[in-house]
Design a protein around this ligand. Structure first.
Ligand code: AMP
Ligand code: ZN
Length: 111
Protein backbone atom coordinates (compact mmCIF):
# COMPACT_ATOMS: atom_id res chain seq x y z
CA UNK A 1 0.00 0.00 0.00
CA UNK A 2 1.33 3.44 -0.95
CA UNK A 3 2.11 5.91 1.83
CA UNK A 4 1.30 8.79 -0.53
CA UNK A 5 -1.95 10.50 0.47
CA UNK A 6 -3.02 11.36 -3.07
CA UNK A 7 -2.10 7.92 -4.46
CA UNK A 8 -4.36 6.46 -1.80
CA UNK A 9 -7.18 8.84 -2.71
CA UNK A 10 -6.73 7.97 -6.40
CA UNK A 11 -6.90 4.28 -5.51
CA UNK A 12 -10.09 4.79 -3.50
CA UNK A 13 -8.32 3.73 -0.29
CA UNK A 14 -8.99 7.08 1.40
CA UNK A 15 -12.21 9.09 1.11
CA UNK A 16 -12.42 12.25 -0.95
CA UNK A 17 -15.18 14.31 -2.55
CA UNK A 18 -14.41 13.20 -6.11
CA UNK A 19 -16.05 15.30 -8.83
CA UNK A 20 -14.41 13.72 -11.89
CA UNK A 21 -12.16 10.79 -12.73
CA UNK A 22 -10.91 8.93 -15.76
CA UNK A 23 -8.09 6.52 -16.53
CA UNK A 24 -5.45 9.25 -16.26
CA UNK A 25 -6.54 11.66 -13.53
CA UNK A 26 -8.77 12.20 -10.50
CA UNK A 27 -10.34 15.49 -9.41
CA UNK A 28 -11.60 16.10 -5.88
CA UNK A 29 -12.48 18.96 -3.56
CA UNK A 30 -9.68 20.40 -1.44
CA UNK A 31 -10.29 19.59 2.23
CA UNK A 32 -9.38 23.16 3.26
CA UNK A 33 -10.86 25.29 0.46
CA UNK A 34 -9.23 28.69 -0.16
CA UNK A 35 -12.07 29.83 -2.43
CA UNK A 36 -15.76 29.02 -3.01
CA UNK A 37 -14.57 26.40 -5.50
CA UNK A 38 -11.26 24.69 -4.78
CA UNK A 39 -10.52 21.47 -6.64
CA UNK A 40 -7.35 19.42 -6.90
CA UNK A 41 -6.53 17.73 -10.20
CA UNK A 42 -4.07 14.86 -9.80
CA UNK A 43 -2.58 12.28 -12.14
CA UNK A 44 -3.21 8.66 -11.16
CA UNK A 45 0.51 8.10 -11.71
CA UNK A 46 2.66 9.14 -8.77
CA UNK A 47 4.77 12.09 -9.90
CA UNK A 48 6.17 14.08 -6.97
CA UNK A 49 6.15 17.52 -8.54
CA UNK A 50 6.92 19.47 -11.70
CA UNK A 51 10.58 18.83 -10.85
CA UNK A 52 10.13 15.15 -11.67
CA UNK A 53 8.36 15.62 -15.02
CA UNK A 54 9.74 13.67 -17.95
CA UNK A 55 9.00 14.00 -21.68
CA UNK A 56 6.77 10.90 -21.46
CA UNK A 57 4.45 12.86 -19.17
CA UNK A 58 3.64 15.45 -21.85
CA UNK A 59 0.39 13.84 -22.97
CA UNK A 60 -0.72 13.28 -19.38
CA UNK A 61 -0.11 16.94 -18.49
CA UNK A 62 -1.95 18.12 -21.57
CA UNK A 63 -4.84 15.82 -20.71
CA UNK A 64 -5.11 17.29 -17.21
CA UNK A 65 -4.89 20.87 -18.47
CA UNK A 66 -7.55 20.24 -21.08
CA UNK A 67 -9.99 19.03 -18.43
CA UNK A 68 -9.81 22.35 -16.53
CA UNK A 69 -12.26 24.55 -18.50
CA UNK A 70 -15.04 22.00 -18.36
CA UNK A 71 -14.42 21.27 -14.67
CA UNK A 72 -14.62 25.01 -13.98
CA UNK A 73 -17.87 25.33 -15.96
CA UNK A 74 -19.37 22.37 -14.11
CA UNK A 75 -18.57 24.16 -10.84
CA UNK A 76 -20.38 27.28 -12.04
CA UNK A 77 -17.24 29.31 -12.74
CA UNK A 78 -18.59 31.04 -15.82
CA UNK A 79 -16.31 34.08 -15.69
CA UNK A 80 -12.99 32.38 -15.15
CA UNK A 81 -10.81 30.46 -12.76
CA UNK A 82 -7.30 30.36 -11.30
CA UNK A 83 -4.84 27.48 -11.42
CA UNK A 84 -1.84 27.06 -9.11
CA UNK A 85 0.85 24.39 -8.99
CA UNK A 86 3.09 24.61 -5.94
CA UNK A 87 6.48 23.00 -6.51
CA UNK A 88 8.87 21.98 -3.76
CA UNK A 89 8.98 23.21 -0.19
CA UNK A 90 10.12 26.63 -1.34
CA UNK A 91 7.04 26.80 -3.55
CA UNK A 92 4.68 25.94 -0.72
CA UNK A 93 4.11 22.32 -1.74
CA UNK A 94 2.85 20.20 1.17
CA UNK A 95 1.67 17.05 -0.59
CA UNK A 96 4.37 15.57 -2.79
CA UNK A 97 2.12 14.15 -5.49
CA UNK A 98 1.74 16.58 -8.37
CA UNK A 99 -1.56 18.47 -8.28
CA UNK A 100 -3.17 21.43 -9.97
CA UNK A 101 -5.25 23.67 -7.72
CA UNK A 102 -8.36 24.95 -9.54
CA UNK A 103 -9.84 27.93 -7.70
CA UNK A 104 -12.66 30.34 -8.29
CA UNK A 105 -15.93 31.90 -7.20
CA UNK A 106 -16.34 35.10 -5.27
CA UNK A 107 -13.48 37.53 -5.08
CA UNK A 108 -10.08 35.92 -5.40
CA UNK A 109 -7.27 37.71 -3.62
CA UNK A 110 -4.89 39.73 -5.72
CA UNK A 111 -1.81 38.06 -7.03
P1 AMP B 1 0.04 22.01 -1.71
O1 AMP B 1 0.38 22.97 -0.62
O2 AMP B 1 0.08 22.63 -3.08
O3 AMP B 1 0.85 20.74 -1.63
O4 AMP B 1 -1.48 21.65 -1.52
C1 AMP B 1 -1.93 20.52 -0.85
C2 AMP B 1 -3.40 20.67 -0.71
O5 AMP B 1 -3.97 19.41 -0.37
C3 AMP B 1 -3.83 21.66 0.37
O6 AMP B 1 -4.62 22.70 -0.21
C4 AMP B 1 -4.64 20.80 1.35
O7 AMP B 1 -5.75 21.48 1.88
C5 AMP B 1 -5.06 19.64 0.46
N1 AMP B 1 -5.32 18.38 1.15
C6 AMP B 1 -4.56 17.78 2.09
N2 AMP B 1 -5.11 16.62 2.48
C7 AMP B 1 -6.25 16.48 1.75
C8 AMP B 1 -7.27 15.48 1.70
N3 AMP B 1 -7.22 14.38 2.46
N4 AMP B 1 -8.31 15.67 0.86
C9 AMP B 1 -8.38 16.78 0.10
N5 AMP B 1 -7.44 17.74 0.08
C10 AMP B 1 -6.39 17.61 0.91
ZN1 ZN C 1 1.30 9.67 -5.01
Amino acid sequence: MSDCLFCRIAAGELPADVVYQDEHCVVFKDIHPRAQVHLLVIPREHIESLNELQPEHNALLAHMMQRLPELARQQGLETGFRTIINTGRGGGQEVFHLHIHLLGGGALSGF
